[in-house]
Write a protein that binds this ligand. Structure first.
Ligand SMILES: O=C(O)CCC(=O)C(=O)O
Ligand SMILES: [Fe+2]
Length: 345
């Protein structure tokens, strides 16, 4: 049985991007409010249509349906590209998430990491087309957050420039395994994705209607600590909406004004839960390796994008080591699993 969770209802703001260019001040106010409170919001009326979302999910399902021997021709590497299966261990659980994922990038890191055209015709073209669309929506939000924080309008867009080889943003296709409802209770440690915060700037999360499981736990005060609240909320969204969350990078860049909130994908344990195979897609806006990160209040020292990511990984690794020790598990060889991550600890 999973440990008892205390739930509370929170309203996750729903923000329309319709007529964006004429509504920037209004949208900025709504985004700032969402970022300062629970750090999660959903977007509607975006430039990504429901048929386009359906199409990328069909592409993702086709990829995951390939035999492991084919998927392992594009294995995960520490540049955060490639395919992994049951290898991401979260510090919150100390055991691997029950999922597989395939990470793709725009920049130089992606070389050699596309599944062969013969194995899955059209995959690369369709994934890259979707990545450009996700980048476009992200750039609208970046403009608003830059304005809201007092930076030049293009400040964050330049720091996440998808045309540069230094770009580290990631599209992550996710597949959580089906759970047999009749097989009896799952081990307490079973999570589809253990509780974590993302360490990118902003995550766009594409969800499938009916495939529930995503939950959030607001209450984090400072980006340098893993401290969180203890009341969870199930995330609800309308079909076609994009669920978004602030990552540690934007929390840091805002001198902790905006909140990077803990979230997880719970294992199905109750009759109303979704037991079938669960698919989701995350677009992580990661900083270019050479961009310089510091809030206008200078709460934290200036670091480059590469240094920020390295520090986040090290914090993750230290927390994971502590968790493994607490569980009495071997701590050797942790580094590999700790780093089998995209932008989330
Ligand atoms: O699958 C989901 O809904 C959430 C995924 C997530 O939080 C992550 O990969 O960082
Ligand atoms: Fe996440």
């Amino acid at each position: 049985m999973a440990p008892t969770t205390t739930y509370t209802t929170r309203t996750i703001p729903r923000i329309s991007l319709a007529n964006f260019t004429t509504r920037i001040p209004e949208i900025t106010t709504q985004l700032l409010h969402a970022a300062e409170t629970d750090g999660f919001f959903s977007l509607t009326d975006t430039a990504i249509t429901t048929p386009e979302i359906d199409a990328i999910f069909a592409t993702s399902e086709a990829f995951f349906a390939l035999p492991d021997a084919i998927k392992s021709t594009v294995p995960f590497t520490h540049q955060n590209v490639g395919w992994e299966k049951r290898s991401q261990v979260r510090p919150s659980t100390g055991v691997a998430d029950q999922k597989e994922s395939y990470q793709l990038q725009f920049g130089a890191n992606r070389e050699g990491k596309w599944i062969a055209e013969e194995a899955l015709p059209g995959f690369q073209g369709s994934a890259q087309g979707f990545m450009r669309k996700a980048q476009g929506v992200s750039e609208m939000l970046m403009l608003c957050f830059a304005r809201g924080l007092g930076f030049a309008d293009d400040f964050f867009v330049k720091a996440h420039d998808a045309r540069r080889p230094e770009c580290q943003s990631v599209l992550r296709l996710l597949h959580y395994f089906e759970v047999d409802e009749k097989a009896g209770p799952l081990p307490e440690s079973y999570y589809r994705a253990g509780a974590h915060a993302d360490w990118d700037f902003l995550t766009l999360l594409f969800q499938r209607p009916g495939q529930s499981g995503l939950e959030i736990c607001p209450g984090r005060e400072v980006v340098t600590s893993f401290g969180m609240g203890d009341q969870w909320t199930k995330v609800d969204f309308a079909p076609g909406d994009i669920v978004c969350n602030i990552g540690d990078l934007l929390m840091s860049w805002s001198d902790d004004r905006f909140k990077s909130t803990f979230h997880r994908v719970k294992a199905p344990t109750e009759p109303d839960d979704y037991y079938g195979p669960r698919y989701s897609i995350a677009f992580f806006n990661q900083p270019c390796a050479d961009c310089e990160i510091q809030g206008l209040g200078k709460k934290y020292p200036m670091v480059t994008g590469a240094e920020f990511t390295k520090a986040a990984m090290e914090r993750n690794f230290t927390a994971l080591r502590a968790k493994k020790e607490e569980l009495g598990q071997k701590v050797a060889n942790l580094e590999g699993s700790a780093r089998a991550v995209a932008a989330s600890a």
